[in-house]
Write a protein that binds this ligand. Structure first.
Ligand code: DX5
Length: 230
């Protein structure tokens, strides 16, 4: 199966949030060993979401420790304030929450000035239509399949409809944005997500809680009708 946007097959992002945070090196190596295409780092500030995860030091060390592309998912209030802290660390994409800013275009421009590709994430209760004004300026839209902040939740059913709505909006606005789905991705829903229009799937507990973690992403690729990467 190939994605509707890129045509090159689904991309899988490993998220280390449900890995052993006392052994981040192993968590990063597992993402590589399992065949992830990229790593997504979840920066949670304890304000936009109730949890606190890690900040710029972990982003820097992760970028140094892996050859995989690294993107940052800012689950923070006031994303503007975080851009200078995130400068020069090595990540290629910066995703912030539409709900966290009253000036999304300004944040997008700040991300571009920082040399990163801009992405916007939306929470389950934010409609696809809220993205329309900014879609032409985005590299990526990250659709939350769960309430953000915690790994290991079941994906909300409405996510599938929302992905299809965003795919239509992308076509309507001529945007080049890819669609990521984050939260609740497992081998039993991956194919439906790609069929709905997703390009990138973020996997955390589906990898770290898998009985054979290195096999987890291969199973997800196979569920999407694709040959394992390695
Ligand atoms: C949740 C994070 C997700 C999380 C997904 O707020 O944004 O990236 O790691 O975890 P799973 O795959 O367990 O739903």
């Amino acid at each position: 199966m190939s994605t509707k946007h890129g045509g090159g097959g689904v991309q899988l992002a490993g998220s280390i949030l449900s890995g052993d945070l006392l052994d981040l090196g192993s968590a990063i190596r597992l993402c590589e060993q399992a065949g992830a295409d990229l790593i997504q780092l979840d920066v949670c500030d304890g304000h936009f979401v109730p949890t606190i995860s890690f900040g710029e030091a972990v982003v820097k060390r992760t970028c140094e420790a892996t050859k995989l592309p690294v993107e940052v998912h800012l689950m923070v209030s006031r994303p503007d304030d975080w851009l200078s802290r995130m400068a020069g660390l090595g990540q290629f994409r910066m995703i912030f929450h539409l709900e966290a800013s009253t000036r999304a275009m300004g944040v997008i421009q700040g991300i571009e000035r920082g040399g990163w590709k801009p992405g916007v994430a939306i929470n389950p209760e934010t409609p696809a239509s809220a993205l329309e004004p900014v879609l032409p300026y985005l590299d990526n839209v990250c659709v939350m399949g769960i309430a953000p902040g915690f790994a290991g939740q079941a994906m909300l059913e409405y996510t599938f409809v929302k992905i299809a709505d965003i795919r239509r909006l992308i076509e309507k606005t001529g945007s080049k944005a890819t669609i990521t789905v984050d939260g609740g991705v497992k081998s039993n829903n991956a194919r439906r997500l790609v069929e709905a229009g997703a390009d990138i799937l973020v996997v955390s507990s589906g990898m770290f809680q898998h009985p054979r973690p290195p096999e987890s992403l291969k199973e997800i690729r196979a569920a999407c009708g694709e040959t394992p990467k390695r």
